[in-house]
Design a protein around this ligand. Structure first.
Ligand SMILES: *Cc1c(COP(=O)(O)O)cnc(C)c1O
Length: 231
């Protein structure tokens, strides 16, 4: 068995164990394989072992891989920072975008989403630890943003995404994820929305994320191995 297939088995076991511990329905938890910086051969290998959802951070790299892998009908998720001059290609070539953090980007994605495709599936990225350097809207701004974005055509606002500040303290890991879940619940109540998605948890912290309600875990290095350059 290849290393990638062994890694996928290990991750699926970790997801299953966390799901049991959380007493959650396994159907609610989806695995997004983050393939940034990895070659198409690695994606093909993961696909052979049942993975169809792939996350990419860099548009040019993603478009090249999509062209080469077209026959596989994979589902592509954009999970990187978004500049306005990239929205057209993102709107045309992805099923999901996890990293919308301002209205201007959402408006452009909505306008540029081809009408023959289903609505683009959107998560708002929240800067849940309120770090100055990181992208994402502030928790306090999220409700207004959700309100406006939920009324745009051609987008479906599915939920919230966050990358909490990395920490080895398991209690702090839980705290960040729990904050995101509470924010989603508050927004649903106050706006009468039914967002069903929490995109949270990566290779190092998917267990606390699942226990706190993650519906997508975004896993890169634990499937494909360490990346050669940091992002
Ligand atoms: C790179 C990346 C991941 C995957 O991180 P790993 O630690 O390699 O699992 C998940 N989410 C986002 C937004 C990323 O940029």
């Amino acid at each position: 068995m290849s290393q990638i297939s062994k890694n996928i088995e290990l991750i699926q076991q970790r997801i299953t164990d966390a799901t049991k511990k959380a007493k959650r329905n396994p159907e609610q938890i989806h695995l997004l394989a983050v393939s940034k910086t990895k070659p198409v051969e690695a994606i093909e290998e993961a696909y052979r072992f049942g993975i169809i959802n792939f996350g990419e951070n860099y548009l040019q790299e993603a478009l090249q891989k999509q062209a080469l892998l077209k026959p596989l009908s994979l589902t592509w998720h954009f999970i990187g920072p978004i500049q306005s001059n990239k929205t057209k290609d993102i709107a045309e070539n992805f099923t999901w975008v996890h990293t919308v953090d301002r209205l201007k980007i959402a408006e452009r994605l909505s306008r540029q989403r081809p009408l023959d495709l289903p609505p683009l599936q959107i998560c708002l990225q929240v800067n849940i630890s309120a770090e100055e350097t990181k992208s994402g809207c502030l928790p306090d701004e999220t409700i207004m943003l959700a309100k406006t974005i939920s009324s745009l055509p051609n987008l479906e606002l599915r939920g919230l995404m966050a990358i909490p500040q990395p920490t080895d303290d398991i209690r702090l890991q839980h705290e960040g994820f729990a904050k995101l879940r509470q924010l989603k619940e508050t927004i649903n109540e106050q706006l009468g929305l039914s967002m069903d998605t929490l995109s949270m948890g990566m290779s190092q912290d998917l267990e606390p994320a699942i226990i706190e309600g993650a519906t997508w875990v975004r896993v890169g290095s634990a499937i494909f191995g360490e990346r050669n350059y940091k992002v």
